[in-house]
Design a protein around this ligand. Structure first.
Ligand SMILES: CC(C)(COP(=O)(O)OP(=O)(O)OC[C@H]1O[C@@H](n2cnc3c(N)ncnc32)[C@H](O)[C@@H]1OP(=O)(O)O)[C@@H](O)C(=O)NCCC(=O)NCCS
Length: 176
């Protein structure tokens, strides 16, 4: 990634038209809903990656909770209580097609992992969850995400794949 990338929260006056990551639902969300979800409804916060003054990618996060039964790994599950556990949800992630393959998705994801560590220290957080599109499963798996347990049954082929990255792995990934 040769060009400088700034990652910051979405601003009200950011120009969101003309962004396209190749997935119409994500583009529609970014252009029409990311702002109201952040500034009016307070459901989520979107972070944007800015390269040379243009928005090249975005990641939307929200506080969420996960049942213990869904946490991958029997040993890890046994250590946790059986009420809903605090997690950070990576709700949406998209990189403009003109900027894909340059490390911007990875940079946004690392930023999100940093937010999970902040949440851990301020509010509690056991990991990051995401609903991966089928085409993006390899992207998340390459960064250590694993399939969530107990929530795949009944899903049709082609539907999102819920994936998880535990907070200990996140801390190790971001360790200096
Ligand atoms: C998936 C997406 C976010 C990746 O962003 P990107 O900026 O193109 O990815 P990066 O350049 O940061 O790639 C980081 C690493 O992931 C790998 N990678 C990227 N896309 C991948 C994919 N679809 N499958 C497997 N690996 C992938 C890259 O080869 C790279 O590997 P490396 O670190 O070993 O070199 C982007 O392609 C995109 O917006 N796709 C369309 C929307 C989408 O599917 N979003 C995810 C919704 S769940």
């Amino acid at each position: 990634m040769a060009k400088a990338v700034e990652i910051r929260p979405l601003a009200r006056d950011d120009d969101r038209g003309g962004f396209s990551c190749g997935e119409a639902d994500l583009d529609r969300f970014f252009e029409h809903y990311a702002g109201q979800n952040q500034f009016k409804l307070h459901l989520a916060v979107t972070y944007v990656a800015v390269v040379e003054g243009r928005i090249a990618g975005f990641a939307t996060v929200a506080a969420s909770a996960l049942e213990r039964a869904s946490i991958p790994g029997a040993r890890q599950r046994k250590r946790l209580p059986s009420y809903p556990l605090p997690v950070l949800r990576l709700a949406r992630l998209g990189v403009d097609t003109r900027a894909q393959g340059l490390g911007i998705g990875k940079a946004l994801l690392r930023h999100v992992l940093g937010l999970a560590l902040e949440q851990r220290d301020r509010l509690g957080c056991v990991g990051v969850v995401t609903d991966a599109k089928v085409k993006a499963v390899g992207f998340y798996a390459g960064l250590g995400f694993v399939a969530l347990e107990g929530v795949r049954e009944g899903l049709l082929v082609g539907e999102p794949h819920p994936m998880f990255l535990g907070i200990a792995t996140i801390a190790a990934t971001l360790a200096p």
